[in-house]
Design a protein around this ligand. Structure first.
Ligand code: OFO
Length: 170
C-alpha cells in the first residue's frame, strides 16, 4: 500500500506529465508554423514520451489500488518569438519537472516506500536524460542555428529522431 502523501503527489504528477505533452505539442506547432519540420518532429516525440510517463504513473497507481483522478490541464500560454525560445523554455520546464520527481522520491524515502523509490529510480534517471537532451540541442542551436545551412542540417538531423517506447515495464 502506498502512503497517502506519496499517492497524492504521483496522482498530481500524472496531470503534469499530460501538461508536458501538451506544452511540447504547442512547441511543435510553433516550429511547424516556421517550416522547421525536424524541430516540430523532435517535439512531437517529446509529446509521446510525456504521454508515456503519464500512463506509466497512472498504471503504477492502479496496480497499487489507488483511485486515479485527473486535474485540469492548463493551456500552454508562452509566446515564442525567436527560434531558440521553445528550446530554452523546454529546458526550464524539464528542470521544474525534475524538482517534482525529486519531491515524489523524497516523500517515498521519508515514508520508507521502497516500492515507489524503486519505480521512480527510472524517472529520476529519465529526468537526467531529458535535461541533457534539450541542453545538447540548445548548444547545437547556438553553434549552427544562426546560419541557414546549419539550421537546415540541424532540422534534417532532428527529423531522423525515432520514438522508442519507455524501458520501464510495470
Ligand atoms: Fe516527463 O519528463 Fe519531461 O517533463
Amino acid at each position: 500500500m502506498l502512503a497517502k502523501k506519496v499517492a497524492k503527489l504521483i496522482n498530481e504528477q500524472v496531470t503534469l506529465e499530460f501538461y508536458s505533452a501538451y506544452l511540447y505539442l504547442d512547441m511543435a506547432n510553433f516550429y511547424a508554423d516556421q517550416g522547421l519540420e525536424g524541430f516540430a518532429h523532435w517535439f512531437e516525440i517529446q509529446t509521446q514520451e510525456e504521454r508515456d510517463h503519464a500512463l506509466l504513473m497512472r498504471t503504477y497507481l492502479l496496480n497499487n489500488g489507488v483511485h486515479v483522478t485527473f486535474g485540469t490541464i492548463h493551456q500552454p500560454d508562452k509566446e515564442f518569438k525567436a527560434l531558440i525560445d521553445p528550446l530554452e523554455a523546454a529546458l526550464e520546464h524539464e528542470q521544474y519537472i525534475t524538482g517534482c520527481i525529486n519531491k515524489i522520491y523524497g516523500a517515498a524515502a521519508e515514508e520508507k516506500d521502497y516500492r515507489t523509490m524503486q519505480c521512480f529510480n527510472w524517472f529520476v534517471k529519465e529526468q537526467g536524460e531529458e535535461e541533457k537532451n534539450v541542453g545538447d540541442l540548445i548548444k547545437k542551436f547556438k553553434l549552427f542555428g544562426s546560419d541557414p545551412k546549419g539550421l537546415y542540417a540541424l532540422d534534417q538531423e532532428l527529423l531522423a529522431r525515432v520514438y522508442t517506447a519507455p524501458s520501464l515495464v510495470l
